[in-house]
Design a protein around this ligand. Structure first.
Ligand code: CA
Length: 373
């Protein structure tokens, strides 16, 4: 070790040591100041919040998780804060959460940013980009890579505070009644595929069709659509798609790890006592982790069920098809970035973070999955 390096190392250790000391002093100070603040908290004040969701009532994992979060908040706050969770359509229509929370009509909504693309062109970049970052990388970007600050900046004019709150992991490519061997097989193919994925599908010659969750099964059965994407084996099995489709394609190139979000009315959040603010954030982070764990566990179990119980052919999209869709993705994103300065700013930030962590992922996660099985 060179003298200089050694000195740098020694000074780093010294700094770390003094930071630890300072930290412990600060820790004490923080205790005192938190103690003082607590004197000002009126523990008799009760907070009754409403959480709307974009999911059907009691929807497995996501809707289910929101109810768990409400329970955690109640327990952690000793009953001072109670959140009532509503499924989509129970209090307001499923996709009106953004406006309802923005106006303060309800305090929070659980959903995904890409549902708000009609209001904010850049919103999908906080959920999932086709062929983009996976769940782990999206989490790193938002939590540790500056994504959160950007997200807050974008939502602030709407009086909204976004908090990362779940992820489905890589989804499945979807259920098809026609084989997809080349890009030509996509031409004119009618598929239920929303969001950026739908735009890319159209760019590649396909016909994206808008179908609400409840109507997909019948539309697929009657041939109104040739294909549909949904989520992954667990939810898809429960929708019964294996009864009306022949092929189950992977991977979900269009949704490689969609981030789910909790949005809070920013002004109302600021009015909460500090301890309840931390309780809400902590519960959201716990839910964020739980959803990812639950999706992986259940998808593994249900993939096996689909293999064991059905004749569905589970198959990968051919490389040439994925390459074509990737090209179409780049074209769609270039257009979006050209149309809107905010989208450009976010996409540039997203891309530079991705370029920075990819070389690391290449020699860690990727090599591990490829080589270790
Ligand atoms: Ca999906």
């Amino acid at each position: 070790m060179s003298e200089k390096k050694f000195n740098n190392r020694r000074s780093f250790i010294q700094k770390a040591g003094s930071a630890a000391l300072a930290g412990s002093t600060l820790g004490l100070a923080a205790c005192t100041s938190a103690g003082e603040k607590n004197i000002n908290i009126n523990f008799n004040n009760k907070y009754r919040w409403k959480m709307t969701t974009t999911w059907p009532p009691n929807f497995p994992v996501v809707g289910e998780g929101c109810k768990m979060m409400a329970e955690w908040v109640k327990e952690m706050s000793g009953g001072r804060m109670e959140i009532t969770v509503y499924g989509g359509g129970e209090l307001i229509p499923a996709l009106e959460g953004f406006d309802a929370v923005s106006s303060g009509a309800v305090e929070m909504n659980h959903g995904a940013a890409y549902y708000w693309a009609g209001k904010l062109q850049c919103a999908p970049f906080f959920t999932a980009v086709p062929f983009g970052m996976n769940a782990q990388q999206m989490g790193s970007w938002i939590i540790s890579g500056g994504g959160q600050q950007l997200w807050e900046e974008v939502y602030a004019p709407f009086d909204l505070l976004p908090i990362i709150c779940g992820n489905t992991g890589v989804q499945m490519g979807g259920w098809f009644n026609k084989e997809v061997n080349t890009l030509d097989d996509i031409k004119g193919l009618k598929m239920r595929i929303p969001g950026l994925g739908g735009k890319v599908f159209a760019q590649a010659g396909g016909t994206p069709i808008l179908v609400s969750g409840g109507e997909i099964y019948t539309n697929l059965e009657r041939g109104v659509i040739d294909a549909t994407e949904w989520i992954g084996p667990y939810h898809d099995y429960n929708m019964g798609f294996h009864q009306v489709a022949k092929y189950y394609y992977y991977p979900g190139w269009h949704e490689p790890g969609p981030v789910l979000e909790l949005i809070c009315n920013k002004s109302k959040f600021a009015e909460l006592p500090k301890d309840l603010q931390e309780i809400v954030r902590t519960a959201a982070y716990r839910l964020n982790r739980w959803m990812m764990a639950e999706f992986d566990a259940k998808n593994g179990e249900y993939l096996q069920k689909i293999k064991n119980e059905t004749d569905v052919q589970i198959t990968a999209f051919p490389k040439n098809v994925l390459a074509g869709l990737k090209k179409a993705t780049n074209e769609v994103i270039s257009d979006l970035v050209e149309q809107d300065d905010q989208t450009r700013k976010i996409y540039e930030h997203y891309s530079s973070f991705r370029n920075q962590i990819n070389p690391w992922m290449d020699i860690s996660e990727k090599i591990f999955y490829n080589e270790m099985g």
